[in-house]
Design a protein around this ligand. Structure first.
Ligand SMILES: NC(=O)c1ccc[n+]([C@@H]2O[C@H](COP(=O)([O-])OP(=O)(O)OC[C@H]3O[C@@H](n4cnc5c(N)ncnc54)[C@H](OP(=O)(O)O)[C@@H]3O)[C@@H](O)[C@H]2O)c1
Length: 299
């Protein structure tokens, strides 16, 4: 009989690809969501509509434990890509990336599920001082301490963030944080979702996952212009200015400051994970360029 996997984060960029991948690889999918309608909608950056891949919808709020009664009933496996990637709810990395995922771990442990796959980030040692990384790694520690069989997936950047480069190029100008000479290898959500299903089936406690192309941020920005057939216009936002911006924003709103610091730091450190994804950034940009949709959500 097919095993039931609970997918938490099912309406997010990665989560939608994960719902589809688990379904297509023969699992029964229970999707945890706070909005059933969102499962039926395609997400930005080519994330698919997934209602047809979901066997059971569980409507609940991961921040409200009293809405999660019965969540783990009949669940064999848990996958979570819950996290804050864009600020929407006024909540912090600590509240979502850590505490919400810790709650899932506690519920999974109590229910005695067979395995838990959790999505954190690549390069945690180097950027461990960032609040987002601290929060993710607290969730990782909770999972490790739980004694549940688990795998931590550690991706480099996502193609969703690369889609922002194409949207900027379309508008005629791309902004880079710093000189953009740092290297990374972003991965397509569909390729990463396959890694997440592999993680459920493997005995590895951790899997790093990057895409096939290692390039600099500047090369990625130039590639977007090239695919659109336009000359590259790149504006460098100096690191000293951005660092000052982090301090200023943090004075006004700590969580926005933490998010902005993550974005700024990603502009200066390398992030090259094991190259597992197959989809090239050029082919992804070509796919985005073929339709006129602007994908970058409003902040
Ligand atoms: N972007 C990258 O380059 C990158 C790289 C490495 C790791 N990661 C990590 O990968 C994970 C998934 O990223 P993603 O791009 O798929 O994120 P995403 O599109 O923003 O999706 C995040 C998911 O978490 C849920 N969530 C967030 N805040 C919530 C709240 N207050 N209450 C209930 N649910 C909430 C969202 O639900 P709703 O749809 O209902 O809001 C959504 O299902 C994140 O933890 C991120 O840190 C990202």
């Amino acid at each position: 009989m097919a095993k039931t996997v609970l997918v938490a984060g099912s309406t997010g960029y990665l989560g939608k690809f994960a719902v589809r991948a688990f379904n297509q690889r023969g699992y029964r999918v229970r999707a945890l969501t706070r909005s059933e309608e969102r499962l039926a909608e395609a997400g930005p950056f080519t994330a698919p509509a997934v209602a047809e891949f979901v066997d059971e919808v569980f409507v609940g709020e991961i921040t409200k434990p009293n809405t999660l009664d019965g969540l783990m009933d009949g669940v064999d496996l848990v996958f979570s890509s819950v996290g804050i990637s864009r600020q929407r709810d006024g909540l912090t990395f600590e509240q979502i990336d850590h505490q919400a995922n810790r709650l899932l771990v506690d519920l999974a442990k109590r229910a005695g599920v067979e395995k838990f796959v959790y999505v954190s980030l690549w390069g945690q040692a180097e950027i461990g001082h960032l609040e987002i990384v601290r929060a993710h790694e607290k969730a990782v520690a909770a999972l490790e301490d739980s004694g549940l069989p688990h795998c931590i997936v550690r991706p480099s950047g996502y193609f969703s963030d690369m889609g922002v480069l194409l949207d900027m190029a379309r508008k005629g100008r791309s902004f880079l944080v710093g000189a953009g000479e740092n290297q990374f290898n972003p991965i397509h959500g569909a390729d990463l979702a396959e890694v997440c299903v592999d993680a459920m089936e493997s005995n590895e406690p951790e899997l790093g996952a990057g895409g096939p192309d290692t390039m600099t941020q500047r090369q990625a920005a130039e590639l977007a212009f090239d695919v659109l057939g336009q000359p590259a216009k790149i504006v460098v936002l100096p690191m000293w200015l951005m660092r000052g911006g982090v301090r200023l924003i943090r004075l006004l709103n700590t969580q926005f400051g933490d998010l902005f610091e993550f974005i700024v730091t990603a502009g200066e450190i390398d992030g090259v994970a094991p190259s597992i994804g197959k989809t090239t950034l050029r082919s992804y940009f070509e796919e985005l360029a073929a339709d006129q949709t602007e994908h970058t959500p409003n902040p």
